[in-house]
Design a protein around this ligand. Structure first.
Ligand SMILES: C[S@@+](CC[C@H](N)C(=O)[O-])C[C@H]1O[C@@H](n2cnc3c(N)ncnc32)[C@H](O)[C@@H]1O
Length: 260
């Protein structure tokens, strides 16, 4: 993938100023056109570890993808994880299905996918991941997407994903997390805000975005995620990455599935 095709390439006009403008105060965060336009810059400067997690999704997918199966990127935004998997999976008969319910994201994602020269077919769907059909999956990436699904709907979604996975298939689940211990919560949040300041966000931008996300992005603790994944039938759960209050987990479907 050269820089011409890289969704992380930033022009000055694509710099995230969504919460810098005087008019930006108020309203819940939405993945609309204004956000989609600056999304590569926004996520790189807001999510500690994102630039490491994306290439590692390719590494993990290369290990767990199986011939003649589907690899899903759910909540794909502009397709960074999709393209990482597309360039890493060694099976030419695999295909990637990338799904997002934001039309603005899917529209821009389609340009990046069209410009990219990776070998695997990519199908884009503008759909709600809670109601779409999933099947014959060897890899599912939920890269900072579950946190936007209402809490009570997370369990049924993970159960459906587990059922769609082939034996031994992999779910890559990346999330912003909360901490049960108040002091640790405060310390990690402070460090996250330091990360954002170090990447050029002002205190006003940080606090405006925090308010906008309050009702939309609901973080849970690592224990809550582990418990839910276990209850959904995943057999092994590995924390493979953490930077401050951002983590990524690898959860595997059992090798022998009694429901199949
Ligand atoms: C933080 S972004 C994900 C970033 C992306 N996975 C990446 O690696 O660059 C969350 C995405 O999930 C999408 N999303 C949220 N709820 C969704 C749903 N119910 N169905 C489909 N997409 C959803 C949003 O539109 C947004 O593009």
């Amino acid at each position: 993938m050269d820089t011409e095709q890289n969704p992380n390439r930033i022009f000055e006009s694509d710099r995230d100023r969504v919460y810098a403008a005087e008019t930006s105060a108020g309203g819940d965060f939405r993945f609309d056109d204004a956000v989609a336009r600056v999304f590569p810059d926004m996520i790189r400067r807001s999510v500690p570890g994102y630039t490491t997690i994306i290439p590692m999704i390719g590494v993990i997918a290369a290990r767990y993808a199986r011939p003649a199966t589907i690899c899903y990127d759910l909540g794909c935004s502009l397709g960074a994880a999709t393209l990482s998997m597309r360039h890493s999976i060694p099976h030419p008969d695999c295909r990637i299905v990338a799904v997002d319910n934001s039309e603005a994201m899917i529209e821009r994602c389609s340009h990046y996918v069209a410009l990219d020269d990776g070998p695997l077919p990519v199908e884009l769907q503008c759909a709600d991941i809670q109601s779409m059909t999933l099947d014959n999956a060897s890899v599912v990436a939920l890269n900072f997407t579950l946190q936007f699904i209402p809490v009570q709907q997370r369990q049924p979604l993970l159960e459906r994903l587990r059922q769609a996975l082939t034996p031994g298939g992999a779910l890559i689940l990346s999330e912003k997390i909360a901490f049960a211990d108040e002091q640790e919560q405060a310390r990690q949040l402070e460090l996250h805000h330091d990360f954002k300041r170090a990447h050029g966000y002002s205190d006003l931008e940080i606090s405006r975005k925090r308010s906008a996300l309050e009702q939309v992005l609901i973080p849970e603790t690592l224990d809550q995620h582990r418990k839910r994944l276990g209850e959904a039938g995943f057999s092994s759960i590995t924390l493979w990455y953490q930077c401050f209050n951002f983590v990524s987990l690898l959860a595997l479907a059992p090798e022998t599935d009694p429901t199949r």
